[in-house]
Ligand binder design. Structure first.
Ligand code: PMP
Length: 439
């Protein structure tokens, strides 16, 4: 009924691309070996590859697509901006304040903002600002969090190769070669939801900032507990440390006001990207005015900017996307659809007798093949992640696009409301029937 996908054209495009780019891809994580996906088009909740295979997409480029691909409301605003104003000018425009006002109306934690072009750049700006404000260097990072590809944020706890039966902490490793060794000394990693580890880290040297994804968008949407977030807020206040919430994945997705609305706890600085522009490259960081105002050209000020900062394509996309998210019931729809899809999955997992738990909000949920919901990255190691990968690869073969790694959540966009849920349920069933080693 579901014949094997033909990937002939994709394979030949990969060969061609390998003559031009390392691994044949523009981003190393897009390399899926022989099955590397080359797309020809996308619309709404669907993507189509160069061999004509159609997929309902729950990967959504790791989260930016919040409304759907090629949403005409956003695209037309961008086209109008380019045609009537321009794409970038290297001067200031009123639209920057319009976008700031929209963000502030949705996120009461924000007093002042600056723009960036990627999540990485937003994190870099927030951390530099926190250092400028505190005059301190050290940054605490939560294990399993991901904060972009620049040196200091590219040190990770090697949980995958860690022996969980020991009392030792996982080793801290670089993501890869080429990092400055001194960047290692500037970060300390601690596990999520351990107040003990949090208190201990504050006993050492003075800390400029703690950066956290309270809903770990890069670790199966594992949640910080409310009491952990409360304790984190309290300890940062006590020590004059800047609390940075990285909402690159959660911002304008899990709620209008992001995770901070859900927890009722505000960060000092917050980073945004992804859903901010429904797929156009735009990012921002902001928070308390007294911290952000350290950005200045006065002696001792923090320098921030860049040629493409607040380019008009990104600004127009952000303005249109935020207007839709703040004025319509798009996020409610996304939550409802996400809940429905989890129910379908849960029913099928139960039918096949697979121990399974879901983590995180309905708009970006993680699936864990385990009896217990993981509380941090170390717990994730105890889940049957490899089995999930087998299941996920069968789903992809059947036209349901997900990341094969269970650390990446399923992302929902507004356009998913139009997908055929019966067909999805059937494909999940077939994928499970093909997954060996389930019970
Ligand atoms: N922070 C978080 C929480 C992210 O998920 C990501 C990207 N997945 C980044 C930062 C980096 O964003 P970008 O890829 O746009 O540089």
């Amino acid at each position: 009924m579901y014949p094997k996908r033909d990937l002939t054209n994709g394979k030949s495009l990969l060969k061609r691309a390998q003559q031009h780019m390392p691994m044949g891809v523009a981003d190393s994580y897009r390399y899926w070996g022989e099955d590397t996906i080359f797309l020809s088009e996308m619309e709404g909740p669907e993507i189509v590859d160069v061999d004509g295979n159609r997929y309902v997409d729950f990967r959504l480029c790791y989260g930016p697509i919040i409304l759907g691909y090629r949403d005409p409301r956003v695209d037309n605003a961008v086209i109008e901006q380019i045609q009537n104003v321009g794409s970038m000018v290297g001067f200031s425009l009123a639209i920057e304040s319009e976008v700031c006002e929209l963000i502030k109306s949705m996120c009461p934690n924000i007093e002042k903002l600056r723009f960036a072009n990627s999540g990485t750049e937003a994190v870099l700006g927030a951390i530099r600002t926190a250092r400028g404000y505190t005059g301190r260097q050290k940054v605490v990072v939560i294990e399993g969090g991901f904060h972009g590809l620049y040196d200091e944020m590219m040190w990770k706890s090697d949980v995958e190769n860690w022996d969980s039966s020991t009392a030792e902490n996982p080793e801290v490793m670089p993501f890869g070669a080429g990092l400055t060794p001194t960047s290692r000394d500037l970060v300390t990693l601690i596990p999520l939801n351990s107040k003990e580890a949090l208190e201990e880290v504050f006993l050492g040297e003075e800390i400029a900032a703690v950066i956290i994804e309270p809903i770990m968008g890069n670790c199966g949407s594992i949640l910080a507990t409310q009491s952990y977030i409360n304790a984190l807020r309290e300890i940062c206040d006590k020590h004059g440390t800047v609390l940075i919430m990285d909402e690159v994945k959660t911002g304008f997705r899990v709620a209008k006001g992001g995770v901070q609305e859900l927890y009722g706890v505000h960060a000092d600085l917050t980073t945004y990207a992804k859903a901010l522009g429904n797929g156009y490259p735009v990012a921002a960081f902001g928070g308390k005015a007294r911290i952000m105002d350290c950005i200045s050209l006065k002696e001792g000020g923090v320098v921030h900017g860049g040629t493409y900062t607040a380019n008009l394509v990104g600004m127009a996309a952000a303005k249109a996307t935020l207007e839709i998210l703040s004025e319509t019931t798009a996020l409610q729809t996304i939550n409802e659809v996400g809940a429905e899809i989890q129910q379908i999955l849960m029913d099928k997992f139960l039918a096949y007798g697979i121990p399974c738990t879901f983590s995180g909000p309905d708009s970006m949920f993680g699936i864990h093949f385990s009896d217990v919901v993981p509380q941090n990255y170390r717990d994730w190691k105890e889940t049957k992640a490899e089995l999930y990968t087998t299941f996920a690869n069968h789903l992809i073969e059947l036209g349901v696009m997900v990341e094969p790694d269970s650390r990446e959540p399923w992302f929902i966009c507004e356009a998913h409301r139009n997908i055929d849920m019966n067909q999805l349920a059937e494909k999940i069933d077939v994928a499970l029937s093909r997954t060996e080693g389930l019970s």
